[in-house]
Design a protein around this ligand. Structure first.
Ligand SMILES: Nc1ncnc2c1ncn2[C@@H]1O[C@H](COP(=O)(O)OP(=O)(O)OP(=O)(O)O)[C@@H](O)[C@H]1O
Length: 236
């Protein structure tokens, strides 16, 4: 976890993510990335020298018309002294049953983001932290390049003027491998996604492409990420 804390602190300072008085919603899906993000932001409060508050928020997607049991994450939040909000929604049934979308991921992600922004606002937050990491950034870069012929990625810090909310991604310098091994070592209470298309998305294909390239040519991922930083692509 020390390595993750160091990389989170570096990203927070490098991209000026957090200021005194911020109240930050942490989007917690139940996956390893957002649980490590929550752990990291909660621990950093003790020594980073910035005075901020946290609220953890999970959007229950209602997949297969079943409510997810987030109680283990509730216990983790109690230990970390972070208030926890679970927001029940019908996003899963709307996207998969009612609309029977051919490409469900973009509508589902849009609705989830909207719900998360609203919940952050309703809980008095001015910032929202998401668990995107370095591998996500490289995959997003290739998805934009291959699907849209465009050079671009999400930004480490994005101000959403319509919502008056700043989205931050403090894990953006950490690799998925580093996050996975920290999550394993800490035995975090991972809650499995019930998404019906999990593992079969365009992102999964791109992830496999980057993995194959990395396997063939060690350091591929870091060189792409380094190029994104040197070009200051989308604020990197
Ligand atoms: N249901 C949800 N409730 C709250 N926040 C969410 C939810 N789903 C995603 N997020 C937030 O959006 C980020 C990116 O979502 P994505 O689906 O790409 O997650 P991921 O890469 O699988 O990460 P994780 O391991 O945290 O699930 C997550 O890290 C988390 O911060």
């Amino acid at each position: 976890m020390q390595r993750i804390l160091g990389l989170s602190r570096k990203a927070i300072q490098m991209y000026d993510m957090i200021a005194d008085g911020d109240r930050i919603a942490v989007g917690v899906s139940g996956g390893k990335d957002s649980l490590i993000l929550l752990q990291s932001l909660a621990l950093l409060r003790r020594f980073i020298g910035i005075d901020y508050e946290l609220v953890a928020i999970s959007i229950d997607m209602g997949h297969e018309n079943v409510r997810t049991d987030f109680s283990a994450i509730g216990k983790m939040c109690d230990t970390l002294e972070v208030p926890y909000v679970v927001k029940p929604t019908e996003i899963g049934p709307i996207v998969f049953d009612m609309r029977q979308e051919k490409n469900p991921c973009s509508l589902c992600a849009r609705m989830r983001r909207g719900s998360l922004h609203d919940a952050a606002k309703a809980n008095g937050c001015n910032k929202l932290a998401l668990g995107h990491h370095k591998d996500d950034a490289v995959e997003t870069f290739f998805m934009n390049l291959f699907s849209e012929g465009r050079l671009g990625c999400f930004q480490p810090v994005t101000y959403l003027s319509r919502k008056d909310m700043t989205v931050i991604r403090p894990l953006v310098l950490a690799s998925e491998g580093e996050i996975s091994s920290a999550a394993r070592r800490l035995g975090l209470p991972i809650v499995k996604s019930k998404c019906p298309v999990d593992g079969h998305t365009n992102r999964e294909k791109t992830k496999q492409y980057v993995r194959d390239m990395e396997h063939r040519d060690h350091g591929f991922r870091d060189r792409i990420f380094g190029a994104m930083q040197r070009a200051h692509l989308d604020g990197f």
